[in-house]
Ligand binder design. Sequence first.
Ligand code: 6PG
Length: 238
Amino acid sequence: MSDLLKIFENKQALAVQYAADLQQWVKERNQLTIALSGGSTPKVLFQHLATHYINKIDWSKVHFFWGDERCVPPDDKESNYKMTYDLLLQYIPENQRNIYRIKGENLPQEEAIRYAAIIQSVVAEKNGCPQFDVMMLGMGDDGHTASIFPDQMELLSSNYICATAKHPVSGQIRVSLTGKVINNAKQITFLVTGSGKAQRMREIIKKEGAYKSYPAAHVKALDGHLRWYSDEAAVTLL
Ligand code: 6PG
């Protein structure tokens, strides 16, 4: 499948299009499984969905997972779940919520095992692996994605569904989907914005420099589509 780079004037315009795309993907299915990314980039999208789409998407069809989570309690400011709940999930009517959070308060290794079992019980399998309908990914300045960091490239080819990871700078322990699950998704969508990502974007898209050392460069749609949603600031070097 060909990759596609969608370029938007700014984060807001990106959020408008992504929300419309999500609405269409939900319409096309009886159930949609999505793995959300954390960090700051998705915030504008979640706010846009909460403002404009609560009554425009049948949320009862949407099953929310996370691509990674920090091993902190769900009310911690670092929690990807908390960020998503505060900006979007709390506005979805409770009887329409299907939320499967990574329990950051659990022992990391035990949680990786527990969450993998949850994924296997809800997400359809294809190619011998859970196949998410939508995989939302961000990319760090160091080229990491989910919580697969450049010093843990083995997570890209792990046979596990979930694994523990460690942020190389802060030492924060994470639980992350592995590359096998990420690459098996039907719609793999990178949301990358801001000038801070421009150098990595150039290296990855043009396959230049040390791109092979960036986990994000190893995200490939094995059985679906890979789409980059970027703003103009992130592609100034392309
Ligand atoms: C996380 C994310 C991580 C994030 C990138 C980009 O838990 O931090 O899942 O992979 O997507 O670090 O983060 P920003 O969107 O904040 O640049």
